[in-house]
Design a protein around this ligand. Structure first.
Ligand SMILES: Nc1ncnc2c1ncn2[C@@H]1O[C@H](COP(=O)(O)OP(=O)(O)OP(=O)(O)O)[C@@H](O)[C@H]1O
Ligand SMILES: [Mg+2]
Length: 498
């Protein structure tokens, strides 16, 4: 604990009832209770926790994997207290920089989503975008937000700003003319080349080249692209001079490229060049918690004049139960239609839903729908008991209420949470107190500001809704202030879909 303090890492007791960022978990043996605690404290991988075995405990590799699966973000091996403290600090600094980016206005106001699936994907993408210049492949169904994410990767790239974001839509590339699209050409290189022109490789130099629908790239062009990506050099059509270029490559597809490779339609060697990092953007049906925040975001966008109008409960129910084959784009278009029908002040009401959208017999089930049944089925088949399921549902409701600022229809009730002894990321206000004597299994949450805060002992009660709302998730305020880069230039050769 002293080494952590010396490294500038502030520690406070864990309060499992409030989601509050990163933590450390120190332990002297590994048992089922530890895994269960890790699962709870990490809120099922939603919060990052470093697992640190105390001196003398040797971890087998199966245990290290077990800790990761239970919710740890990493498992350190014990060396010495000062060394561990330095390693904890380095990781926390990086995580906090990522948190600051995630909390920045450019992400909060453009990339909407509260679901664990969305938050986890976005967090990984932000980390790669900001701390590396590696290529990124985004896979996902149509309308899930791949282009939006590609733009984000460009925006938060830590290389020098003001370079271009160049979009090439591979579905519109014609093989014979593509040389020019990619490489540019000299004047007179071919019929119609009345002037010299830069291609995508030149325009993206220092910036980002976004190849949309990369699975549609013709084979001949795949070979040419591979060369440029590997060597960073190209020649304009009609020229013998080599030019250098360096860009980050971001590709998107809704095709299964592995299968395309097996079928001989996509080059294996190109795949490994474009896919240093692969992220799957989840479809909306896998993150239904995002439906209402997205719907409200689109409502504010389309009808700023009626803000802060919300959706009446039956409309919420309709939106939550509808299927969205076109994902977020589908929802966006639906909200555009609904909001354009709304006249006067007040909430959006059922009459605003276009006729062809209305459910013929009303909505039979509310939140106890097929999704709900699937979750319960999964929990039961994973061996969870009724008590665990009720507790998990109550915890989840508390977290949702704490995160989603939207009006909640009903109080979620009073819940008791059994807390483990431990420590947690310090609250914003620096109460100075000594932590409890470390038990055999010591769990800690930390942050990198020099204060220590003690938290209540082992058993804690979750606060009722009103209090939980008044205490939202502590916004990370790392030293590296949220980097809201100035708007960068964009060059596009594709037509907008939405
Ligand atoms: N998380 C989000 N927050 C706000 N708007 C979003 C989000 N995700 C997607 N959108 C909006 O949904 C629409 C579709 O997004 P986008 O074009 O990025 O999807 P895509 O995955 O590239 O689709 P396609 O595969 O059809 O090209 C856009 O209007 C975009 O702004
Ligand atoms: Mg797209």
């Amino acid at each position: 604990m002293e080494s952590l303090a010396a490294a500038g890492v502030r520690v406070r007791a864990l309060d499992p009832a409030s989601p509050s960022g990163e933590g450390i978990l120190c332990f002297s043996d590994i048992d089922a209770e530890l895994y269960r605690f890790l699962h709870e404290a990490s809120h099922n991988h939603d919060e990052r926790i470093l697992a640190i075995p105390l001196s003398g405990l040797v971890i087998e590799s199966s245990q290290a994997w077990g800790l990761l699966h239970a919710g740890a973000s990493d498992v350190l091996t014990w060396t010495s207290a000062p060394d561990i403290a330095d390693r904890v600090k380095a990781r926390f600094e990086q995580w906090q920089a990522v948190n600051a980016l995630l909390a920045s206005p450019s992400i909060q106001t453009n990339l909407i989503g509260v679901s664990p699936a969305w938050r986890s994907t976005l967090r990984q993408i932000v980390e790669v975008a900001h701390f590396t210049d590696a290529s990124v492949l985004l896979i996902g169904e149509s309308g899930t937000g791949k282009e939006l994410i590609a733009r984000l990767i460009h925006e938060i790239d830590s290389r020098s700003p003001n370079h271009e974001f160049v979009i090439l839509d591979c579905t519109t590339i014609v093989s014979e003319l593509s040389g020019s699209e990619f490489f540019g050409h000299e004047r007179g290189a071919f019929t119609g080349a009345v002037a010299a022109r830069d291609g995508a490789f030149a325009l993206a130099d220092g910036g980002t080249l976004f190849l949309d629908e990369v699975g549609e790239l013709p084979m001949a062009l795949q070979a040419q692209l591979l060369r440029v990506v590997q060597e960073g050099t190209y020649k304009r059509v009609g020229s013998n001079t080599w030019h250098r270029t360096a860009f980050r490559l971001v590709c998107a597809t809704n095709k299964d490229l592995r299968q395309a490779i097996e079928e001989g339609e996509f080059r294996n060697d190109l795949y490994f060049r474009i896919a240093s990092w692969v992220f799957r953007v989840p479809p909306l049906r896998e993150r239904r918690e995002d439906i209402m925040p997205l719907a409200r975001h689109f409502l504010r966008t389309f009808r700023p004049d009626i803000a802060p109008a919300d959706f009446a409960p039956p409309v919420c129910e309709f939106l939550l139960n509808r299927s969205y084959p076109g994902n977020v784009r589908d929802l966006r278009q639906l909200i555009a239609r609904i909001s354009s029908r709304h006249v006067g002040g007040g909430s959006i009401t059922v009459g605003d839903i276009p006729e062809d959208e209305r459910p013929s017999e009303g909505i039979k089930s509310s939140w106890r729908n097929a999704d709900f049944e699937r979750c319960i089925r999964h929990a039961v088949s994973s061996g969870a008991g009724l008590k665990d399921i009720s507790q998990a549902a109550a915890d989840m409701a508390m977290r949702v209420v704490a995160r989603d600022p939207a009006p909640q229809p009903q109080d979620v009730g009073h819940t008791e949470v059994v807390a483990q002894d431990g420590f947690q990321v310090a609250a914003p206000e620096p109460e100075v107190a000594a932590p409890a004597a470390p038990p055999a299994v010591r769990r800690a949450r930390t942050t990198t500001t020099p204060t220590t805060t003690a938290k209540p002992p082992a058993k804690a009660k979750a606060e009722p809704k009103a209090k939980a709302e008044a205490k939202p998730k502590a916004a990370a305020k790392p030293k590296a202030e949220a980097k809201t880069t100035p708007a960068k230039k964009t060059t596009t050769t594709k037509k907008a879909k939405s």
